[in-house]
Design a protein around this ligand. Sequence first.
Ligand SMILES: Cc1ncc(COP(=O)(O)O)c(C=O)c1O
Length: 413
Amino acid sequence: MDIFDKIKANKGPLGMYQKEAHGYFTFPKLEGEIAPRMKFRGKEVLTWSLNNYIGLANHPEVRKADADAAREYGLAYPMGARMMSGQTGKHEELESQLADFEHKEDAYLLNYGYQGMTSIIDALLGRNDVVVYDAECHACIVDGLRMHLGKRFVYPHNDMELCRKQLENATKLAAKQNGGVLLITEGVFGMSGDLGNLKAIAELKNTYNFRILVDDAHGFGTMGATGSGIGEHFGVQDKIDLYFGTFAKSMAGIGAFIASDESVIDYLKYNMRSQIFAKSLPMPMVYGALKRLELLRNTPELREKLWTIVRALQSGLKAKGFNLGKTESPVTPVILNGSIPEATNIIFDLRENYGVFCSMVVYPVVPKGVIMLRLIPTAEHTLEDVEYTINAFSEIQKKLSAGKYAADKIAEV
Ligand SMILES: Cc1ncc(COP(=O)(O)O)c(C=O)c1O
């Protein structure tokens, strides 16, 4: 069969909806400055779908740092991979500040979180090593594990008894083949907002010999007394052997990092294929990240404002009877019952008639019959935005219960 014929016949689990969805449910264009109010198809919408948690995207100092660095360096410098010709003192300075913030000996920059994570996993593991991981880990972890030639044991999301059992299995197998054990979890789970049970996982270190790698994409900048993430939140940062954060969420930028012991970072610098065989982060990203990190560390008011909005939104929705699952982070999933067509009709109603823009998650990401509307509060939202949105959600819930959203017909846009 011709490859192109094959992909035309089977467009994939998301691509199969392309015709109805493209430009509205998928690939929507949000225009204007990143803020709670943006334009969608020419109309103003209240946006709850951007991970600009502490509102740095349009902070004047951030915009200035980005622009100044772009003016001075353009996007070319430095050319080449870090190992070859892409090294600068600013890259090193950013790494040392990230390491300091995360209470680790050293850190290393990654061009993208997704690529970086796959490559960290690839670099760390040999075929005799064994992995234990949470079933709801992000695609970058799952895809990193696809490269792993050895055995892996998955445990149901946050099920600590089965996690322990899998560690037991992994330990036995690793001992037989003279390999090590790596446990991987997220800090804040990006879809559901609940937290990797790192206190319990860290305690398992008293029984089993393993290393912990945490993807804290959503916890970095939002969790812990100083915003340094999930390790700080649970008081177990010293038990997390490899701490991963991205600049794509709280930092409202691009790039990512891994922080760990100096010897581990040295190893990764010489063995991570995503960094050895790719160009170094351009200077504006590095200067921009330094400014963002400075603000993230020195402006706790931004995080406090975020949490004021989070608490108002989550307690207000709960008071109206909404099911928010087990979130303990800013990520706010609103879990409803309904079909995929109903989900599209709700999103259409929210966007067109209430001017509320949020993301929808449906099967196969959540079970059949479940609709998850995912709200991301930020420090830029106001309490009026929260009240307005809770009222809009109450009205759509009433319409959904009354069967007002066509259950068998995708919204026509
Ligand atoms: C949990 C998690 N890990 C990793 C990533 C990837 O980060 P990046 O956008 O920097 O590639 C994301 C972002 O989508 C994420 O949510």
